[in-house]
Design a protein around this ligand. Sequence first.
Ligand SMILES: Cc1cc2nc3c(=O)[nH]c(=O)nc-3n(C[C@H](O)[C@H](O)[C@H](O)COP(=O)(O)O)c2cc1C
Length: 366
Amino acid sequence: MFRANASLFLTVYGILWYHCLMMNENSRATKTQKELFYLAPMEGITGHVFRQVYLEQFGGIDKYFSPFLAPAAKRILKNRERRDVEPDNNRGQMLVPQILTRDPEAFLAATEMLGRLGYQEINLNLGCPSPTVVPKGKGAGFLQYPEELDRFFDRVFSGLEERLFPGGTDTLGREVPSGPFRISVKTRLGMQDPQEFPQLLAIFNRYPLEELIVHARVREDYYSGKPDLETFGIALEESRAPVCYNGDIYTAADYQVLKERFPGLCRFMLGRGIVGDPGLVQTIRDGRETQTEELRTFHNRLYAAYVQEYGNSRDAVFRMKELWAYMQRLFPEEKKRLKQIRKAQNGDALLAAAEEMFRQGVRGPQ
Ligand SMILES: Cc1cc2nc3c(=O)[nH]c(=O)nc-3n(C[C@H](O)[C@H](O)[C@H](O)COP(=O)(O)O)c2cc1C
């Protein structure tokens, strides 16, 4: 058992020291603390093609998270998943692979495999609200079973005592020595009710998590309503691990509101905000608004990269239409052209309609 086996030194000194350090980071307003911005995992959108084009054009992201990998008993990763975390496809990104499972052995096997690829930090998905995932007790569905979740972590952390990261070169090209894996969690506040959160947090606090990323909604919310900042505040106050905020940061003003309410908060994960405005983090960091030209270049590079990845324009057009579902808010007056994008049957039609949009220029909220 992980807890029973932990050494006296670790329990008395290590954990206390770690606890104090992390409590400080979460609850103290420190102007000098570096702010960290993460790209949220978004299945079907922020795969390696998006991430790599984004990195080349914008960058400025401290950690990229892969959309979830769902390890299976027979084969740890599917070809598509393996491709997404292939180090050659992720050069220059600080990539954290994310795993979706409720089976600790599958988690350990996937961690071991990812370690051989050079990944030292692995993230557990406890937030996916999908009706194909939740009934299996995975993603946000796992939050319904706090006792099982506790046993899961217990087994994972004791298993990781025997499975060290083997050492190797990471995706930033750095030599990383052999050592313990780092495990982070991305969670929602509960399944049905944010009142479930304190019990979940007590479980998270029993383990040496690298960080706790909180999407401030419960599963039943899916993506509707407003993030619950009240309950998020509990995470920030009481989490042993450093806390990262996630949910509905679409503009620099949204970020400011959070910063004013939680001055000590210094980790932010953004998903739809970045997909809809790829220059958002640079706007937040130094006030520089996204230029139409930057968006055009990003858009056309991304399309070309998808064509190369899939070997055909049909799938690339499909992906770009998904992107436009988010990017449209930068062009609030262009309903007609947006319709043309949605109806585009091939790459030429899509690029022509997009070019018309870019000629009008970015107008939306930034
Ligand atoms: C299309 C889509 C796919 C997503 N895929 C994942 C995923 O694979 N893993 C995960 O942890 N969260 C996933 N999420 C949730 C996002 O990571 C994020 O928590 C959510 O969108 C809220 O953040 P945002 O308001 O900044 O977008 C997904 C969200 C969307 C909309």
